[in-house]
Design a protein around this ligand. Structure first.
Ligand code: HEM
Length: 322
């Protein structure tokens, strides 16, 4: 049994309210300063979107001492295991060695948690220590093995997806140059831009499974009790019954009511923090580089299953000739 409800507390709307200006914006500004030293070019995923995503989420959980590059390595490595799903005809994994890197990272994280579990639980920023020491419903403290599975979900999806949300939103804006200009000129449009980015390309394109509790018919498709279905959020967000021209990125839609964070009991624990990271990230980027543009020599696209985003976003930061 794991304590997922406790995992949500450090990133809840209430918990992050005071961190937006005190921690997240300074993180963004620091990264922007590094971009300024890059001769007008950047690969935004590696240089900005992933670093701001991992730093803001990890700091909320108390991972202050883990370097940004290690956090990026953790999620990239965990992902390599999560996407290694190909099977042989007999159901065995086609590439068992494809789990090695992720398993090694899991062990590394376990070791780190062991170390942190010895922290002083009274120390205000010692979030991990508190998780490990908090009492489980039967009165015994959680062990590292209790929290590790939920922690790995946070360290894969939670560290990775804010960067994808930023990348997909930026990519969407570049498909609609007028809207890009409007958002750069009027930062109050950034939250809408992020919401439309999450709708346009759901970062977790396809996700967990659900099983039917009883026989039912869903949109004409009969399901038997026990049948398993996989939720494809990217497809739901392109439902043409809800969105006109769903394939187009358009911040002026009447509704951006997307399912990128899922729904119901197991919906995403990061749904409050992720849009705020996106907002602060884009506000600072557009303020610093109002002429930012995709490098025409290196066009970008979002790819991946089940995680979906641009692997690279090469940009020209300051094209003063425009
Ligand atoms: C834009 C960024 C993010 C997107 C698009 C996203 C998307 C999702 C989706 C689609 C689910 C499955 C929901 C369902 O089954 O109905 C999910 C679950 C989850 N997400 Fe996120 N996520 C994001 C960021 C985060 C962050 C920042 C964290 C942690 C800080 C996080 C932690 C989790 C956890 C722990 C679950 C599992 C919840 C459960 O099973 O009860 N996610 N996320």
């Amino acid at each position: 049994m794991t304590p997922p409800h406790r995992m949500g507390a450090p990133v809840s709307a209430r918990a992050i309210r005071s961190q937006i200006e005190s921690r997240m914006r300074p993180t963004a500004k620091e990264l922007i300063e590094q971009l300024r030293g890059q001769n007008g070019r950047a690969e935004l995923m590696a240089d900005y979107f992933e670093p701001i995503g991992v730093r803001c989420v990890a700091d909320s959980y108390g991972f202050f001492d883990v370097p940004t590059e290690t956090l990026r390595h953790w999620f990239h490595s965990l992902k390599s295991g999560a996407i290694n799903t190909a099977t042989n005809e007999d159901g065995s994994f086609a590439n068992p060695a494809g789990f090695d890197a992720a398993n090694q990272t899991r062990d590394e994280i376990r070791e780190y948690l062991e170390l942190r579990s010895k922290d002083d639980p009274e120390e205000p920023d010692s979030v991990i220590a508190r998780w490990v020491k908090v009492d489980a419903p039967d009165g015994t403290p959680w062990t590292i093995d209790d929290i590790l599975p939920s922690m790995l979900v946070v360290l894969l999806g939670g560290l990775q997806e804010p960067g994808h949300a930023l990348g997909n939103t930026f990519l969407g804006l570049t498909t609609n140059p007028d809207q890009l200009k409007r958002v750069i000129a009027d930062k109050s449009l950034v939250p809408k831009a992020i919401a439309e980015g999450l709708r346009w390309i759901a970062p977790l394109w396809a996700g967990p499974t659900r099983s039917a509790k009883h026989d039912m018919v869903v949109h004409g498709v009969p399901l038997k009790k026990g049948d398993t279905i996989r939720l494809v959020y990217g497809s739901a967000n392109h439902d043409s019954n809800t969105f006109e021209h769903p394939e187009l990125y358009d911040i002026d839609r009447d509704s951006h009511a997307h399912l990128a964070f899922g729904n119901g009991r197991h919906s995403c624990l990061g749904s409050a923090i992720a849009p705020q990271i996106g907002r602060v990230g884009l506000e600072e980027l557009f303020s610093a580089f109002p002429n930012i543009a995709i490098d025409p020599e290196q066009p970008a696209e979002a790819i991946g299953w089940p995680f979906h985003g641009p692997p690279q976003l090469n940009v020209i930061l300051d094209d003063s000739s425009r």
